[in-house]
Design a protein around this ligand. Sequence first.
Ligand code: FAD
Length: 376
Amino acid sequence: MGDKKASLAIVGAGMGGLAAAATLRQAGFDVRVYEQAPAFARVGAGVQMMPNSVKVLRGIGVEDPLRRVAFQPYSHLNREWDTGRVMRELPMPEDLFGAPYLCMHRADLHDALLHAVPPEIIHLDKKLVGLDRRASAVELRFADGTRAQADAVIGADGVHSVVRDIIIGPDMPIHRGRVAYRAVFSKTLLNGFDIGPSRTKWWGPDRHIVIYYTNPARTELYFVTSVPEPAEWLTRESWSAMGDVGELRQAYESFHHDVRAVLEACPACHKWAILDRDPLARWSDGRVALLGDACHAMTPYMAQGAATAIEDGAVLARCLRETGDFEQAFQRYEAHRKPRTSRIQAISRANTWMKGGDDDTSWLYGYDAWRVPLTP
Ligand code: FAD
């Protein structure tokens, strides 16, 4: 890539794009990020960061800020929907997988990632509409008529990726007739009831709900469900669409008292159509590569979508630093990452992770994207 600092344009300032901006800057690249949104909003949602992604965050200086705002659950707890019987519990002390397990407000994670890069490299209100690929550079075209140029482009523009459409072709999401209700609200609404020190998943025959605190003081909690949707409620995935709390409570009326107590207290909820996608045939074309949901979107059942997007950033930076050619580096990155993300996509789709038994979890949570040997 020569002596001059090579330039990289990242499309999308979500979890994956921001993490990659930090890892790629550390690897010595001149990075610019282009985001379609005019500003970042505080969307009501929680997010779990497992030790595998916290190790990447540690490497870009984001672990400590997160520890200050996140809840650290005692365990990954799985319970039967009606009796409350423990189906599987995995205590998550920090030394088990070399990093803490952190649960937080999604906006707090995004904010911490934003602070890991200089503000001047992030360009808001830049919706990518086209790419002109040349022999030694790529030109980006935006909806406002402006253009930018970079030596290579990383498409971190999420599930509806325009970059993916350009380099691979349009992709149709798979709708499986399920929706996720979710809400973040104050613990005071629980009138003294405590959801406990763990992140709990309650498994029903055809639906589930995951509940956890989102801050160290345990003053705010979050839940997210997966439930069959009888009506034809199919929207594009949207963080802002609202749901009906009455319908939600009805869907869980036969669940354990602890679940009903949370849903009774919930003042309002959002609703999201859960869409699924198959692994892509390839992740790059010449000087353009994909990252995160753009290339391996998955159902949220293993809480690994953002985590794997963040892992991608570390491996991509290592491949680009060690390989003197964009195309080769991108192929090496895909060769290393795709087997892992495809495996996670498949288990996530089946929704069997930690449902019971004692299957090995170390391949998932013990993974260290900074140290794992890379295929030559
Ligand atoms: P995104 O975060 O979607 O970011 C893409 C960015 O690109 C956005 O900012 C978007 O505005 C921008 N963009 C899009 N198009 C353009 C364009 N044309 N030009 C410029 N910018 C563009 N994952 C976890 O790890 N843990 C969890 O606990 C978890 N819980 C979840 C719960 C729910 C209900 C859902 C739906 C998902 C959950 N996930 C979780 C998954 C996680 O949210 C996603 O996998 C993650 O956000 C993907 O990150 P990304 O950077 O690839 O994409």
